[in-house]
Design a protein around this ligand. Structure first.
Ligand code: NCD
Length: 420
């Protein structure tokens, strides 16, 4: 059995972390880590507590990457990612393990060229900032290149070309295709006739599978720091649960775990679709509906806020949205726990009276929204690597990144933002 010092040193090297960042990743002080790294005979040496040893054993790369994941999530021989329904629990855990293995690249400490020569077609027929950019940069960070088209105006769909023709044409040019489209089911139509991987980047009010994967990845990382587990967690979803495709995918994905409580906070006209509630209940979870934040946010582990999807509503539906579901610091302080994490798929609507997530929590460590957006990179890298069958080539291909990167990304980041 390797010594505690060797195991710690190996993990720190594998993840390309400084001692400070590594201590934060383990959820301990730098001082504690220093004492664990001292030789056994030294007066100051301490043995690692069981909890820290467990976190260490679960760090990326601590276990071998799973084999055959592509076939397990795409069983019918078509390598597409269209819905979170393609995952069972083991497959989602394995995909997230692949994402963890991408962290040194996502953190810009390492580079790889495993997808050198491959081309991604990024087709966005609806507005997008983070999904489009993070799919593109994830592909580039694996060594590939990206072509894209945005909106209908500049594509031949404006000339009446069908989804099927467009898809066959693009599949002849690219090695993977990401599609965002306003109509539910349209990305599945796009994928139907082609054999290069098509990934759903959001199909109307349908699904947004990679967002749910990165949301789950974020929840697991936050929970690891807080000593919590996804099984048994209490998740509140707030806002437009009828049109929000991110919550549609997330409730399904979380339903793969055990014994969750979902509290759904939405006005009567914007409630979570009944089939998704029934799906969660059939999987053994408790689903509660609450009419106000005051009733719904007690003892929640995750508060997942969403934007009102105005673009998917008529004027009437908007007027029937009288309830005040604005999430701000005062309310989170008054209603939530000290360790509740606050998430949002973003963008948040910053217009006055928007009922969305306020900015006054931005420096509060409970707000995980930028750790959540950052998670889009390793998770989307993992999706590409698995669908293109290169996930086991990455570790052997890593080189040090030669350029200088800032130790922290945003000025408002909490001290543990760079947790990985
Ligand atoms: C979401 C989307 O497009 O569904 N954004 C995203 O991809 N992160 C949420 C939204 O637009 O409100």
């Amino acid at each position: 059995m390797k010594s505690q010092q060797d195991r710690l040193r190996e993990a720190m090297k594998r993840l390309a972390l400084t001692r400070d960042d590594f201590a934060a990743r383990l959820g301990v002080t730098r001082r504690a880590l220093d004492t664990w790294l001292l030789p056994d005979g030294s007066k100051e040496h301490r043995a690692m507590p069981a909890m820290a040893a467990k976190v260490l054993a679960e760090l990326p790369g601590a276990r071998a990457l799973p084999a055959g994941l592509r076939e397990r999530i795409t069983p019918r021989g078509k390598p597409h990612l269209l819905s979170v329904e393609q995952f069972d629990r083991a497959a989602v855990e394995d995909l997230l393990a692949v994402a963890e293995s991408m962290e040194p690249i996502a953190r810009r400490a390492k580079v790889t060229r495993v997808l050198e020569g491959a081309v991604l077609a990024n087709l966005f027929f609806e507005p997008s900032t983070r999904t489009r950019m993070s799919f593109a940069t994830a592909f580039c960070r694996l060594g590939g290149s990206v072509c894209d088209t945005t909106g209908f105006t500049f594509s031949s769909m404006a000339k009446g070309e069908s989804i099927e023709d467009t898809s066959r044409v693009i599949a002849g040019y690219a090695d993977a295709i990401v599609v965002r489209h306003p109509d539910q089911g349209s990305v599945a139509r796009f994928a139907k006739g082609v054999h290069v991987p098509v990934i759903n980047g959001g199909d109307g009010v349908g699904e947004h599978p990679t967002q749910a994967l990165l949301d789950l990845y974020t929840i697991r990382r936050e929970f690891a720091r807080l000593g919590k587990k996804v099984d048994g967690a209490h998740i509140a979803m707030v806002g437009d649960l009828k049109h929000g495709r991110t919550v549609h995918s997330l409730i399904r994905l979380l339903s793969l775990f055990k014994g969750l409580t979902f509290t759904l906070l939405a006005p009567p006209s914007l409630e979570m679709p009944g089939d998704l509630v029934a799906h969660a209940e059939a999987a053994g979870h408790k689903v509660r509906r609450a009419a106000s934040l005051k009733d719904g946010l007690k003892k929640v582990d995750v508060l997942y806020a969403t934007r009102i999807q105005k673009e998917r509503m008529s004027g009437e539906a908007l007027e029937t949205y009288p309830l005040d579901f604005r999430i701000d610091k005062k309310r989170v302080d008054a209603l939530c726990q000290k360790d509740t994490i606050v998430m949002h798929p973003l963008p948040r609507d910053g217009t006055p009276g928007s009922n969305d997530l306020a900015t006054d929590l931005d420096n509060d460590p409970r707000l995980a929204i930028f750790r959540q957006t950052d998670a889009g990179i390793p998770v989307r890298m993992a999706v590409f690597a698995v669908l293109l069958g290169v996930e086991n080539l990455v570790a052997g291909s890593l080189r040090d990144a030669p350029w200088i990167s800032p130790p922290r990304i945003g000025s408002g980041d909490a001290p543990f933002h760079r947790l990985t």
